[in-house]
Write a protein that binds this ligand. Sequence first.
Ligand SMILES: [Zn+2]
Ligand SMILES: [Zn+2]
Length: 338
Amino acid sequence: MKAMVLRAPRELAADNVAIPKLGAGQVLVRVTHSGVCGTDLKIFNGAIPVRYPLIMGHEATGEVVDAGGQPGIHAGDRVIMDPELFCGVCFHCRVGQTHLCPSGQLLGRDANGGFAEYVAVPASHVFPLPDSIDGRTAPLIQVLTTCMHAQRLVNIFPGESVVVMGLGVTGQLHVQLAKARGAHPVIGITRSASKRELAESLGADLTIPGGPGAIEKVREATEGRGADLIVETTGVVPSLSDAITMARVGGRLLLFGIITAKEGALPFYDLYFKELALINARVAKPEDYPNSIDLVQRGIVRLEPLVSNVMQLGELNEAIGMLGSDNGQRMKIILEHA
Ligand SMILES: [Zn+2]
Ligand SMILES: [Zn+2]
């Protein structure tokens, strides 16, 4: 089969490799579409260590071609794969925290993933897609599951004010989820004018350019208090610092953007004095797939405006190059596997 194979950091090329052999409990999926993500860039350039050769790709949808005799799954089913594998027997798995399994593996990082013609996936990790969900947007459902998992960890009551910092793909999804939960106002913050416009078209009540003045504008929009909840999606320390300042006394912060910095300045005293709750969220759980698919099917979360580029699988190098360059217009890159 055709696959994009990573043989060393920055050494990625199309190749012909064997179709994966099905292990016990696995099904074979012919991948039709995949999403390219910042994690792929980090694997590509070696920032995330992996074993080579590797087929990356953890956001993938396609069609079951061999159901491996698994009940309830048939050849021809359109599915999305949940790339987060877990052992099922450790402490975390047994208490329902499968996403935190210490032996967990991510397809596309720790095992071969979806940037190929076919991928082998445990039957428990494929979820059926309704016909109404277009293949060109469906890989984004994996991203949506991570936002849904994160928002499950913070109660949002109708009428609460929510600030979403950063309006990239995940920020736009958080805006839509917060609206779906009845938050008001939902305030989006980014420097990019086009992303602010997009967030407003997806339901944000107010958007604010980042930078000086943003904190004051949030205060004005929240009766001088600051926001009930801040969802930080950028993963940079100065933004977290602003988030602490924007939260109301007794508010909470959802740290969604992955901060890799080891040090940085934060208004630590405010954490105490405002009695802020800091909530971190990692990946997603299987339960988030059916719910995310349902929200997309019912049009409550819209994915198609978040796709900015559709490219071919063979153009993966170019796609990853685009991720590495700062472009205020780019949103999700979807690959078609013709
Ligand atoms: Zn991803
Ligand atoms: Zn486990």
